[in-house]
Design a protein around this ligand. Structure first.
Ligand code: EPU
Length: 325
C-alpha cells in the first residue's frame, strides 16, 4: 500500500499557527490586564509613523508577566524586541517577526523622588522625569525635557541632548535577563558609550536610580525653557525619528547634509527636513521604503563628496515587504 502524503502546508501557515499558539499561551499565562495582540501595526507606535506589523505584541502588567513573556518567547524560539516610545525606530514595511514587548502599563512607569535621587521605571517618560526633578529642585535632568522617549529606551541607547547623556545621571540600574532573572548593577559597572549601552541589547531595563544636584527650581525651569526654545527653533515639528545619523568625528551630520544642499530632498512622502539636515520627516504618506531610500541617497552623496561614511543612529528593524516575483 502506498501512503498518500498530504500537501505540505505553506511555511507562512505553519508559522502563523505557532504564533497563534504562542499568543494563546500568553493570554492564558499573563494577568487579565496585560495586552496580547497578533499582527499589531507598529506604524502607530513609532514617531516616524511608518512600518509594518509585529507578529505578537505584548504589554505586560507586571515584572512577573514580563518574565513569563520572555520565557514563553524563548521556548517558542521567537526573538523578543523591546519597544520604547518608538522615537528612535524605523520599522521596515514588512513588519517585525518577533514578540514585541512594550512596558507601557502603569506598573513600569512609577517615579519616586528621594532627593537627590529619582527612582524611575523603564516605562516612565523622559519629559515626566525632567518635570519631577524640577519640582524636587534637582538639576541635571533638564536635557530629558525634549527627548520624546521612555527611560528604558534612553538607557538602552544612552540617549542624549544638549551635551548630556543619560548615563551621566544614572546611579544604578535594574534589568531582566532572557530567563526572567532580575539583576541590579551600579552604573559605574555598566559600559555606556555614545548612543549605546551594550548590556541592554539582550537584557531588559526595568528601572533606574537617577541622581540630580540640588538647585533652585527657578534656575532649573529657566534651563529647561532655554533647551525647549533651542529645540523648537532647530528641530522640525513633523513626525520624525529624531536624528537619523550619528555625528561623525569630522562634523555634525546635519551640518554635512546642509552644506551639500540636501535639505528638502524627498522620496515619496519622506523628506530631509528643511529645518535640520539630520532629520527625515514624514509628510503624511511616507512608507518605510521611502525613508530607507532617502537615507541611502544622503549617505551616497556624503560619501562621494566628503569621503565620510555616515552611520545610522536610528535603529532599523524588520523585514521588507516580500516581493511577489
Ligand atoms: N547644523 C547646520 N545645519 C543643519 C543642522 C545643524 O549647520 O541643518 C549645525 C548647527 O548649526 C550646529 C551643528 O550643526 O553648529 C550641530 O547641530 P545641533 O546643535 O542641532 O546638534 P546635532 O549635533 O545636530 C545633537 C544630537 C541631537 C540633540 C541635539 C541637541 C546627535 C546625532 N544628535 O544634534 O539628538 O537633540 O544635539 O542637543 O548626536 C537624536 O539623538 O535623535 C537627536 C536629535
Amino acid at each position: 500500500m502506498t501512503a498518500t502524503l498530504a500537501p505540505f502546508p505553506p511555511a507562512r501557515g505553519l508559522r502563523a499557527a505557532a504564533l497563534d499558539a504562542l499568543a494563546a499561551s500568553l493570554r492564558a499565562g499573563l494577568s487579565a490586564a496585560a495586552v496580547v495582540r497578533r499582527d499589531e501595526p507598529l506604524s502607530k507606535r513609532t514617531t516616524l509613523r511608518v512600518g509594518g506589523p509585529a507578529d505578537v505584541y505584548v504589554e505586560p502588567e507586571s515584572e512577573a508577566d514580563l518574565a513569563f513573556t520572555l520565557r514563553a518567547a524563548r521556548a517558542a524560539d521567537e526573538p523578543v524586541f523591546l519597544l520604547g516610545r518608538g522615537s528612535n525606530l524605523l520599522v521596515r514595511d514588512g513588519g517585525l517577526r518577533a514578540v514585541v514587548v512594550s512596558l507601557a502599563r502603569p506598573a513600569f512607569a512609577a517615579v519616586r523622588v528621594e532627593a537627590p535621587r529619582l527612582h524611575a521605571g523603564a516605562g516612565a517618560r523622559l519629559k515626566h522625569l525632567a518635570v519631577e526633578a524640577r519640582r524636587a529642585g534637582l538639576a541635571g535632568l533638564e536635557f530629558f525635557e525634549g527627548i520624546p522617549g521612555s527611560l528604558g529606551g534612553a538607557l538602552r541607547m544612552n540617549a542624549g541632548a544638549m551635551g548630556r547623556w543619560t548615563f551621566d545621571v544614572v546611579e544604578s540600574l535594574r534589568f531582566m535577563d532572557a530567563e526572567g532573572g532580575v539583576h541590579e548593577r551600579l552604573a559605574a559597572e555598566v559600559r555606556a558609550e555614545y548612543r549605546a549601552c551594550p548590556l541592554l541589547r539582550d537584557h531588559v531595563a526595568l528601572s533606574a536610580v537617577l541622581r540630580g544636584e540640588p538647585a533652585l527650581p527657578a534656575e532649573i525651569a529657566a534651563r529647561m525653557a532655554q533647551y525647549s526654545a533651542k529645540r523648537w527653533e532647530s528641530q522640525p515639528p513633523q513626525p520624525s525619528a529624531g536624528c537619523i545619523f550619528k555625528n561623525p568625528a569630522a562634523a555634525p551630520a546635519g551640518k554635512l547634509v546642509d552644506e551639500l544642499g540636501l535639505k528638502g530632498t524627498r522620496h515619496g512622502g519622506a523628506a530631509v527636513s528643511t529645518v535640520h539636515g539630520n532629520f527625515i520627516v514624514n509628510d503624511g504618506g511616507a512608507a518605510a521604503a521611502d525613508v530607507l531610500r532617502l537615507i541611502e541617497t544622503v549617505r551616497a552623496r556624503v560619501l562621494a563628496e566628503r569621503g565620510i561614511r555616515l552611520e545610522t543612529e536610528v535603529e532599523i528593524v524588520g523585514e521588507e515587504v516580500p516581493s511577489r516575483a
